[in-house]
Design a protein around this ligand. Structure first.
Ligand code: FAD
Length: 388
């Protein structure tokens, strides 16, 4: 086992950091408080080869590994936390699932703009009555000749204010085996995007309404039976989510450490108080151990798709470590940490959301328990007749 980066990876990390310092540092604070997707950053990242890191070169990607993309998130976030979302959207999120399963025609149609940073894709899975119980989704796709008619409502989709294309989980028929996904363009008749609402992080989401929205059959990404494949793609999203949580926790930790070294109270730097030293030691233990789980899940990923168990362990550990580190960093910096003059409070708010998004901590722990006991624990209420 080797915990050191290869020379190639070290050079890659250094080049991403230099890029971030040159191009992203200046507006990092303003960017974090802008709810809109930073398309200008996406364009710069495309030119730098930081979009499509995990996508094959044949598809216009960089042909890199999941670990490379994790390194890119870490380096970008250490300078501009908000810009890490662009790495996520270009290498981990809906675009990664799309690239895994799309037809050649679908890729030719949508990938060039996505990988140039001109457009962004949003993943629409959650519904008003289907959150953690994602397989209870009701949004229906009904065949109509060479088209499908989509009806239903989606909520909480990240980038929904700005996305040009939506990867929408739909139901072609009953049960889990009836679930698949379709691609819906923003201006499709029958597709309405509601007014933006805000998360605690400041990010926006819009209600998405499909009202007899007619899409060509060529826009089906995965037909009935596609749910398992979608979740395999979604485990990549979970790695990106873990990497951002950890990176933002570390960003806050670093700022608080610098503050503790220089801020003086009672005539001495506050890092000399044991009450603070132990806080920092606890933060370091959590961040470093979560990082090992993250790297293991990313480097064990088979053809770039991590195992559900390792992704769940990594996400649960990184979400908790990131939030706890950012939360303690706010405390260690006093009123300055709580103020919008620094990005420490932003990191705390963002990390809080990842404990809910993309599989809440509780749902991840359910998944981990299934691995431990090698049994599936159905969360659904037993039917009355089955209980008798
Ligand atoms: C920042 C952010 C970004 C998001 N981005 C997207 C996106 O891009 N696309 C998208 O489709 N959705 C997105 N979501 C929605 C997200 O996927 C859901 O919030 C998540 O699946 C939880 O669903 P819910 O909010 O309806 O909570 P609920 O499912 O109502 O759960 C409420 C609470 O009950 C717990 N709970 C539920 N079931 C169980 C169980 N069986 N065992 C133990 N505890 C349980 C949950 O963990 C949670 O604490 C985002 C959410 C956030 C916060």
């Amino acid at each position: 086992m080797n915990f050191a980066f290869t020379d190639e990876r070290r050079l890659f990390a250094e080049s991403v950091r230099r890029f971030a310092l040159d191009r992203l540092e200046k507006d990092a604070l303003a960017r974090a408080h802008d709810p809109r997707f930073p398309f200008a950053v996406a364009t710069l990242m495309s030119q730098q080869g930081l979009l499509g890191i995990t996508l094959p070169e044949a598809d216009g990607g960089q042909g890199g590994s999941l670990i490379d993309a994790v390194i890119a998130i870490e380096q970008v976030a250490s300078v501009c936390p908000r810009s890490a979302d662009v790495v996520q959207s270009g290498s981990f999120g809906a675009v990664r699932t799309f690239a895994e399963y799309a037809t050649r025609e679908q890729k030719a149609r949508w990938l060039p703009d996505l990988l140039a940073g001109r457009t962004v894709m949003s993943l629409a899975m959650t519904e008003p009555d289907a959150g953690s119980a994602a397989t209870e989704l009701k949004t229906a796709a009904r065949p109509d000749g060479s088209h499908y008619i989509i009806n239903g409502t989606k909520v909480f989709a990240t980038f929904s204010s700005d996305a040009a294309i939506f990867l929408v989980y739909v139901r072609f028929g009953p049960g889990v085996s009836g679930i698949g996904s379709v691609l819906v363009e923003r201006d499709t008749p029958g597709f309405t995007i509601g007014a933006p609402s805000s998360f605690m992080s400041g990010e926006e989401w819009c209600e998405l309404h499909f009202d007899n929205c007619r899409i060509p059959a060529a826009n089906v990404l995965l037909g009935p039976g596609g749910f398992k494949k979608q979740m395999a793609g979604f485990n990549v999203e979970r790695i990106g989510n873990s990497a951002r949580a950890l990176a933002l926790g570390r960003y806050a930790f670093d700022k608080a450490r610098d503050y503790a070294l220089t801020r003086e109270q009672f005539g001495r730097p506050i890092c000399e108080f044991q009450g603070l030293q132990w806080k920092f030691a606890d933060m370091a233990i959590k961040l470093e151990s979560a990082q090992l789980l993250l790297y293991r899940a990313a480097s064990n990923a088979d053809r770039g798709l991590p195992s559900a168990y390792e992704a769940a362990l990594a996400k649960a550990a990184c979400n908790q470590a990131g939030f706890e580190a950012a939360h303690e960093a706010v405390q260690a910096m006093g009123a300055l940490g709580y103020s919008r003059e620094t990005l420490v409070e932003y990191c705390m708010r963002r990390c809080r959301g990842w404990m809910i998004a993309g599989g809440s901590l509780e749902i991840l722990k359910n998944r981990i328990a299934e691995h431990i006991f090698d049994r599936r624990f159905d969360q659904r209420k037993p039917h009355a007749d089955a209980a008798e």
